[in-house]
Write a protein that binds this ligand. Sequence first.
Ligand SMILES: *Cc1c(COP(=O)(O)O)cnc(C)c1O
Length: 482
Amino acid sequence: MSDVKFYKGEDIPLELHKVRVVQKLHLVPIERRLDAIKEGGFNTFRLSTRDVYLDMLTDSGTNAMSDNQVAAMFQADDAYAGSQSFARLQKAVEEVLGKRFLLPVHQGRAAENIICKTFIKPGNLIPMNYHFTTALAHITENGGKIAELLCDGALEIKSSNPFKGNIDIEKLEACIQQNGAANIPFIRMEASTNLIGGQPFSISNMMDVRRIADKYGIMLVLDASLLGENAYLVKQREEQWKENSMAEIIKMMTGLADLVYFSARKLSSSRGGGICTNKKELYGKMEALIPLYEGFLTYGGISVREIEAMAIGLYETLDESMISQSPSFIKYLVETLDSLGIPVVTPPGVLGCHVDAMQFCDHIPQSEYPAGALAAAFYLISGVRGMERGTISSVRDEHGVEILADAELLRLAVPRRVFTLSQIKYVIDRLQWLYDNRKMIGGLTFVYEPPVLRFFMGGLAPTSDWPEQLMLKFRKDFGDSL
Ligand SMILES: *Cc1c(COP(=O)(O)O)cnc(C)c1O
């Protein structure tokens, strides 16, 4: 029987935890929000949290810790080398992820740096289900290219495909034959494919990928940052695995990969990250880079307190009632918005709800960044901070030409165990108002464009006075309420 509880009939998720530490939030007036988004260059990354009511920017490092995680932080063993905290983490990685050799790193992208530096040579190709921003940056930084081989229909917004994160096996084999196995250091598979809406892959697909990897003697690397939720959705959606425990499902997935890396900012609601494997020779190839880039091999740039929290967080990944909270809130959010006719990515995935800005703002040309504009507009009228996942998050090609993204999404992240259902209902309510007034949203244009990962610190400006007009309409409809 599943641990997960819902109110019968209404499908309202029921939390199996209580909140014991709270943080005060502020909802500043829309006039202040207009100034704040202007000061932040219409980029939600550059907002200060004192101007943000619900921070739905990301699920990274913003999750609620458990009482057991906080308790473990007090018994941390401060030592430069040989810390017992690291020994406990190693044990957790072995028991939960089934890998004996662990290299600690300060966060997920640091793992990508070490792996790419070690295995990629200029001209190499990395086939994958889909890229993640930092993974792509590290691959190209080391002279590699990527091939995205998602199954057909994975980029369709509205879908009933339970596993949009699957790799197309025929495309994978054709890609290897075309480019030559010798030119492919590894295949990268990302759990709960982040940028296409947090969509999982199935175990049967990963088994097929493994078969191809074996056939051509290519290493399989699993980005396990969102592994817990991928396992949870396998249990919910993949017939053969319904009766298995989270522990069995997770071990099955990690067992299929030669190398597993993760960001603990997501996977265990703490900080840090890791690279793990059962192959001593792979460990040996990367080992020397850890002291160079991260820190000594028993702390890797992570504080011992966070190492303790990470170890407990890994064990908690096995608890379905702990993992289910965020995906079940997301399901509620996505299904309600969908029923109101607001375009969102379906089926519900993990880490957040993804609003389709291409439809929401179908009057804004893609060159004027509809997802960025929607993120700015939604912050303005709600105080809720989401993130642009579209062309602004992409990169220009080698000639400086803009590459339009496959999708223009406003991502509203649902950090694990942080929000209440009434806050989620507020998001729905304000999004519905904005949808009714969507034609008032205008485009954006860059005024400051950093050359690498421009979405983080880039500055933009509206193409007209649409933010002021939207504020006036808000005041007209809501009176002097916030
Ligand atoms: C967040 C994330 C990363 C990068 O992790 P950081 O800790 O933010 O550096 C890599 N891959 C995936 C799938 C992620 O979601």
